[in-house]
Design a protein around this ligand. Structure first.
Ligand code: SF4
Ligand code: F3S
Length: 315
């Protein structure tokens, strides 16, 4: 298979090779991304083209109230080096954790990216503290609320990575003293592409970026989540479903039933009420909570800290 636009030896292919991504790894990655997007293998070359186009989309990546776990999930992926691909695919013009610039230089980079006539995509990680005019979270003297109010309306599209940016996350758990909430709610219902999960699967992030580059904003459910990643419940695709259907449950983590791989519903699994593609798109293509023996705690659902707890008891 030949790479298309912009992937000559002097272009993206060379840059990817320098980052340790072989042509074979790259095409495997594109085929997996196409599959995650619900497309057949025939879509892989389009994924490759989107990821290696000459004009790279400018991305402004904002950190609000969060733990940086979503960035970590992307950066710590193993083969095929999603971090190298992502950092090569997009022009990451502002990212408070990764950028070398600090202080006024960082603020200048932000100002330039946001006001560029070429436009930009905004990625937000973290919830927005809104109580008392947003005073409980500030960057460079501005509240996080002011930052999203200023930047998100100027963006061509906004991707909320993780449950915090999507719905508030742990900051929004009761009693939520800072009145933290997701970006869309904080801005009065503005449309954002929400990729909840604590953390979300990095493939869903790559798939959302590729979808935006090839087909525009994906179709979203009422929670702003792309159907292509969040259209089915965890339970729908769980390998333990056969045991659920036979009423075969593990009643303790050390039981014989747990060892046999029985259903974890009695141990609090919230898979039937959680929409995510974890069973199909495993983390690092290796494993996911339920397969590793832990109940799903519903981490991609709105307000999961309050609504899905107690985590280890069935409803
Ligand atoms: Fe459903 Fe959870 Fe049981 Fe899997 S372990 S079948 S997701 S209840
Ligand atoms: Fe989260 Fe449940 Fe998947 S806890 S990572 S949505 S299995």
């Amino acid at each position: 298979m030949r790479f298309s636009v912009g992937l000559g030896k002097d272009g993206a292919e060379k840059r990817l090779e320098q980052n340790g991504v072989s042509r074979r790894d790259f095409m495997k990655f594109c085929a997996t991304t196409a599959a995650v997007m619900g497309m057949g293998p025939a879509f892989a070359p389009q994924v490759a083209e989107a990821l290696t186009q000459k004009r790279r989309p400018s991305v402004v990546y904002l950190h609000l109230a969060e733990c940086t776990g979503c960035s970590e999930a992307v950066l710590r992926t193993v083969s095929p080096y999603i971090d190298a691909l992502i950092l090569d695919t997009i022009s990451l013009d502002y990212h408070e954790t990764l950028m070398a610039a600090a202080g006024h230089a960082a603020e200048e980079a932000l100002h330039e990216a946001v006001n560029s006539p070429e436009g930009f995509v905004c990625v937000v990680e973290g919830g927005v503290p809104t109580a008392d005019h947003g005073v409980y979270g500030k960057v460079a003297g501005k509240s996080m609320l002011e930052i999203v109010e200023e930047i998100v309306p100027k963006a061509a599209a906004t991707i909320c990575i993780g449950t915090c940016a999507s719905y508030g996350g742990v900051q929004a758990a009761a009693p939520n003293p800072t009145k933290a909430m997701g970006v869309s709610k904080a801005l009065g219902g503005v449309t954002t592409v929400n990729l909840p999960g604590c953390p979300p699967n990095p493939y869903n992030f790559v798939g959302a970026v590729v979808h935006y580059l090839t087909k525009g904003v994906p179709e979203l459910d009422s929670g702003g989540r792309p159907y292509i990643f969040y259209g089915e419940s965890v339970h729908d695709n769980c390998p333990r479903l056969k045991h659920f259907n036979r009423d075969e449950y593990a009643t303790s983590f050390t039981s014989e039933e747990a060892r046999k791989g029985y259903c974890l519903y009695e141990l609090g699994c919230k898979g039937p009420d959680t929409y995510n593609n974890c069973p199909k798109v495993k983390f690092n293509q290796t494993n996911w909570p339920v397969e590793a023996g832990h109940p799903c705690i519903g981490c991609s659902e709105p307000n999961f800290w309050d609504e899905m707890s107690p985590f280890y008891k069935p409803w």
